[in-house]
Design a protein around this ligand. Structure first.
Ligand code: ADP
Ligand code: MG
Length: 415
């Protein structure tokens, strides 16, 4: 498929002044306009945490990549005698050594290296919290998990932790933080929960809705899914119920289609609208004013900040053996590879600063289109298992993560 998507790099900034100077911020929520700059006086709505804000980030646009090692399971233990370990972690150096053969290994640097004993809480705080903070301040954010099936993507992202809240994954923790830092009276937090399977988007909150189209605003390039159910979240318990319903629908669809959820991508979209009150100097013309501003007058005008958070639990990255696959299976193998292969191609192109980013080649990359570029903040967690019997898949996951580390979101996306 030919690509006509081009990154216009004429707008690359040579300085690093943080998000104010960034050229692009958008949400695909079907709302009319979005402010593109956050006045400095309004950027004081940070979470109370140690995690750095985008403003004091020395590399504001770089995609952050963490690696997480799954603890050994029974299968690993059984095969250890034959295969041994595949990786050695050096968390204090943020490095990972991948064994090449019995004599040598290759060392790779990441933004963070989580050992098998890393807590869900720590993973959230390092990988997702900075993204959530910037989303609360009006910027788009994305957190993605990539790795072979069985390495802990769903554990990391989607674990509900209903019996033990310390087990909660990134999705629930993110919503918890967002709800705690917004006010039901002035702000709104809404979610859509979707599955992308065989290049078709299914609504996990309204399972009768199938093949939901992706709509791109021709002017702004913003991506939206107007056909998907959008549910206003009241509190964390409500969110837990929604995800539980969505996951049950996902399993029901798997049974019906005779497939496994490891072959589809699960996508949570969180839409946030915040009314921020406060004195603003040098009000930018691109700042969207609430209608109440006319009544209130003066400088004390509410501004609506709109942003979007994507939390993506990607399909298993393992190569699907096409030989021997027939009919439906072959089509599935082709399509699953299409979305992940296309993501890999976009990541390679972005890492190489290529002027052509083939975002149009698959639904996944069309959905992620505004996750790379402008002021979007993106974190990737790659998950691996310990056993050398999966050496090839582990090596390929690590290389994917290494390439993603080279992406810097200071480029402006244009058609
Ligand atoms: P994936 O989504 O990548 O296919 P899962 O998240 O389903 O993998 O994890 C596979 C199994 O390993 C599950 O039983 C899960 O509970 C377990 N697991 C994964 N990561 C961890 C972890 N960090 N700690 C404890 N158990 C884990
Ligand atoms: Mg999974």
């Amino acid at each position: 498929m030919a690509s006509n998507s081009v990154y216009n790099r004429s707008s690359i900034r040579s300085d690093r002044q943080g998000p104010q100077g960034f050229s692009r911020s958008g949400v695909g929520h079907g709302h009319s306009s979005v402010r593109s700059k956050v006045p400095s006086a309004r950027r004081s709505v940070m979470l109370n945490s140690r995690a750095s804000s985008i403003d004091d980030d020395p590399e504001p646009g770089r995609v952050r990549v963490a690696v997480r090692l799954r603890p050994r399971n029974a299968e690993d233990l059984l095969s250890d005698a034959d295969f041994g370990d595949c990786v050695e972690l050096q968390p204090e150096l943020k490095r990972l050594k991948l064994r090449k053969n019995n004599w040598s290994s290759e060392s790779y640097k990441f933004d963070e290296v989580f050992t098998e004993s890393a807590s869900q809480r720590r993973v959230y705080e390092v990988v997702a919290k900075p993204v959530v903070e910037s989303v609360l301040n009006g910027y788009n954010g994305t957190v993605m998990a990539y790795g072979q099936t069985g390495t802990g993507k769903t554990y990391t992202m989607g674990r509900l932790g209903k019996d033990d809240s310390s087990e909660r994954g990134i999705m629930v923790r993110a919503l918890d933080d967002i709800i705690a830092n917004t006010s039901p009276a002035h702000d709104s937090v809404e979610v859509s929960y979707l599955q992308l399977y065989l290049e078709s988007i299914q609504d996990l909150l309204a399972p009768e809705k199938n093949n939901i189209p992706i709509v791109e605003d021709p002017k702004t390039g913003e991506v939206s899914l107007p056909g998907a159910a959008v549910v206003k979240v009241q509190d964390v318990d409500h969110f837990l119920q929604l995800v539980q319903i969505g996951d049950a629908n996902r399993h029901a669809a798997d049974t019906k289609l005779n497939t496994e959820s490891s072959r589809s991508h699960a996508i949570l979209m969180v839409y946030i609208r915040r009314s921020v009150h406060g004195k603003v100097e040098n009000e930018s013309s691109s700042t969207e004013k609430d209608s109440r501003s006319d009544i209130l007058g003066g400088n004390h005008v509410p501004t609506v900040l709109k942003s979007k958070l994507l939390i993506v639990d990607l399909a298993g990255s393992e190569r699907i053996d096409k030989s021997g696959s027939e009919g439906h299976m072959l089509e599935e193998a082709k399509f699953i590879n299409l979305s992940l292969t296309s993501l890999g191609k976009c990541i390679n192109a972005l890492a190489e600063n290529s002027p052509h980013i083939p975002t149009r080649d698959s639904k996944l990359t069309r959905l992620l289109r505004d996750s790379f570029g402008g002021s979007a903040r993106t974190s990737l967690i790659i998950t691996i298992g310990p056993s050398a019997r999966h050496h090839a898949e582990t090596a390929s996951t690590i290389m994917f993560g290494q390439r993603a580390m080279k992406i810097v979101n200071t480029i402006n996306l244009k058609e």
